[in-house]
Design a protein around this ligand. Structure first.
Ligand code: ARG
Length: 606
């Protein structure tokens, strides 16, 4: 998705115009006019401008109703007998320059003011976009730490980690493209008391010796389960496990070596998944990284008077919950809470982050909010750092219950990606057969490659498209539906545009934008959609809902589809000039996160 920002930029060889999101945002411009009108009519008021239902206009200002109600409470204002009167007053107060932008300004009976952008103005904007391109920058470049993916050692990565990985990586790419400095951190669960029992069990099974390469995560998972059973049932085992923890934490050679090998085996598994998802630049900085900082952080919290002792444990009570953070357990050990306190402090003070984003399932929201609150109480936010919890819902099975395999196991990420790729492959073979394409060795190889690309793209897109706070049902059929809101549909649109441009037998760059007319409704809709990208990105930058960007992209694809069926692009110069937006569109749809390879689409087109 992030690629779209750069994509528009590369539309022009000479180097694009660089604008900040707020400079480029259409919505911000419209808001600017209404802000001035509102200052006139009501003193300062928070402007409420949103895109409108296209039947009524392009944007709408929603302030009138609220202002009317408020004036009534305060005894009424002259001339304001209904919300409509307020709307009219705002309309009248719009500055004269607004008429250059707005062709129409209408006030509805409930006071909503809708505006329609003038064709001349739209034309000017679109022509500028095509002639000069546009590179978007954030209004303020920041250093942003994103904590995402974060699976656990000795356990399989599951669909929750898939969501975190996809959401986090998309945001990281987007931020980078906007000119932020991004630090991608993988907060791997590689520490804690569970290693004591795992080491003990594996030692008894003589599974600690031998080549690291022979250790696989599925075995580790089994060991882990048996170790947990032994730990719960056998006193002797439990004592040994506890001693192992102490030995590991104090750095005993044998324990360190065994722990390293276990981590190494898990890492290999994670890397395979990251490779397939095309995740790059994610730095592993697991829980163990913060180990040596823990005593210091607890001490600092104590000095600041934030620590209370309760049943021997050291607790920090925060403003968000009655349950405290446990920063040191009664037995002197440190846990998940302590580590996250140390991590947040390190990210702000050592990493110098202006913003830290945690991409974790909603089940951990309270834990994180407590950590944020503790950070505030400890004064770590005094430099203005912003902490965001970017939560997400569950992935469910088709039946709406927990997502499991038929035998009741957690679904492994690998298997899930395999299945998506396999299904795409079946579909591609069908298409090739229908089109009588003979698959020689080269085409056979490409087909497999494309099936993998489409499978991964489908999984990513389906996840990104959801409101991240909602739970969703994992369905291969829905995510691979060529007619739905899916990666397949968008790839298909891309392929069609590429085909149109391939067939066009002249240099599109030579077309003059003055010939471009936005008279037809689908043409206008497509142009407006292209101009709206900056406002969508600005919103995602702030509220971290990448589904907005997917909606935008899907809108582009559907707008293109109506445009292409209704507006001829061959014939007169004017008709040909309609091809110019296509080139830009193509670049916007060619999105890095969808793992699109140039060859990927060939088979879909034919
Ligand atoms: N390893 C944890 C899990 O799998 C997620 C860690 C998220 N990040 C953090 N800083 N707590 O649930």
């Amino acid at each position: 998705l992030a690629g779209s920002v750069r994509a528009v930029a590369s539309a022009v060889e000479a180097g694009p115009a660089v604008k900040t999101l707020s400079e480029a945002s259409l919505q911000a411009q419209v808001e600017g006019f209404f802000a001035r009108a509102l200052a006139d009519v009501a003193g300062e008021a928070k402007v409420m401008v949103a895109p409108a239902d296209p039947r009524f206009g392009d944007y709408q200002c929603n302030n009138a109703m609220g202002l009317f109600k408020q004036s009534k409470k305060e005894g009424g204002k002259e001339g304001w007998k209904s919300p409509r009167d307020v709307g009219e007053a705002i309309k009248d107060a719009l500055p004269a320059e607004a008429s250059e932008l707005f062709e129409e300004v209408n006030v509805a009976p409930q006071g909503f003011i809708t505006v329609k952008l003038s064709p001349q103005w739209l034309h000017k904007q679109v022509a500028e976009l095509f002639d000069h391109g546009l590179q978007l920058r954030s209004s303020m470049s920041q250093r942003i730490v994103i904590d995402y993916s974060s699976p656990n050692i000795a356990k399989e990565m599951h669909v929750g980690h898939l969501r975190s990985t996809i959401l986090g990586d998309t945001m990281a790419n987007l931020f980078e493209d906007l000119g932020h400095e991004v630090v991608r951190l993988n907060h791997v669960g590689d520490w804690g008391t569970q290693f004591g029992m795992l080491l003990e069990y594996m030692r008894r099974e003589e599974a600690l010796d031998g080549e690291a390469s022979s250790m696989v995560v599925s075995d580790l998972q089994k060991f882990y389960r048996s170790a947990k059973e032994a730990f719960d049932e056998d006193d002797e085992f439990r004592k040994k496990a506890q001693t192992n923890v102490v030995e590991l934490q104090s750095g005993a050679d044998w324990a360190r070596a065994a722990w390293n090998r276990i981590c190494e085996a898990s890492r290999k598994e994670f890397d395979t998944v990251y490779g397939r998802l095309q995740i790059r630049g994610l730095q592993e900085r697991g829980e163990s990284f913060y180990n040596k900082m823990l005593p210091g952080v607890v001490e600092e919290l104590q000095e600041k008077g934030l620590v209370t002792e309760s049943d021997g444990a050291l607790c920090v009570f925060t403003k968000v919950s009655e349950t405290p953070l446990i920063v040191q357990k009664a037995d002197g050990g440190f846990g998940y809470d302590s580590t996250d306190c140390a991590a947040v402090q390190h990210r702000i003070n050592e990493e110098n982050a202006n913003r830290v984003i945690y991409v974790i399932d909603n089940g951990q929201e309270l834990h994180m909010r407590m950590v944020f609150s503790a950070a505030e109480q400890a004064g770590w936010l005094s430099g203005g750092a912003r902490l965001d919890f970017m939560g997400f819902g569950l992935v469910q099975g088709q039946d709406g219950k927990k997502f499991k395999t038929r035998s009741g196991e957690v679904v492994r990420l690998r298997d899930l990606l395999d299945e998506a790729a396999d299904r795409s492959e079946v579909e591609l073979r069908k298409r090739a057969e229908n089109a009588n394409i003979v698959l020689d060795e080269d085409k056979e190889r490409k087909l497999k490659q494309n099936a993998e690309s489409i499978g991964v793209a489908a999984v990513k897109y389906f996840d990104l498209r959801q409101n991240r706070n909602s739970d969703y049902r994992f369905s291969y059929d829905s995510m691979l539906d060529p007619k739905g809101n899916t990666a397949v549909y968008v790839l298909y649109a891309y392929a069609r545009i590429a085909g149109v441009l391939r067939r066009a037998d002249f240099e599109i760059g030579t077309l003059s934008t003055t010939d471009l007319e936005l008279t037809e409704a689908p043409e206008r809709a497509l142009a407006l959609r292209l101009l709206r990208l900056p406002e969508v990105i600005a919103q995602v930058e702030d509220d971290l809902f990448p589904s907005r960007l997917v909606d935008h992209m899907y809108g582009l694809a559907t707008d293109f589809s109506s445009f292409y069926t209704e507006c001829p692009v061959v014939g007169s110069e004017q008709q040909k000039s309609r091809l110019r937006p296509l080139r830009l569109l193509l670049r916007e749809l060619r999105l890095r996160d969808l793992a699109l390879r140039d060859s990927s689409v060939q088979l879909l087109v034919n």
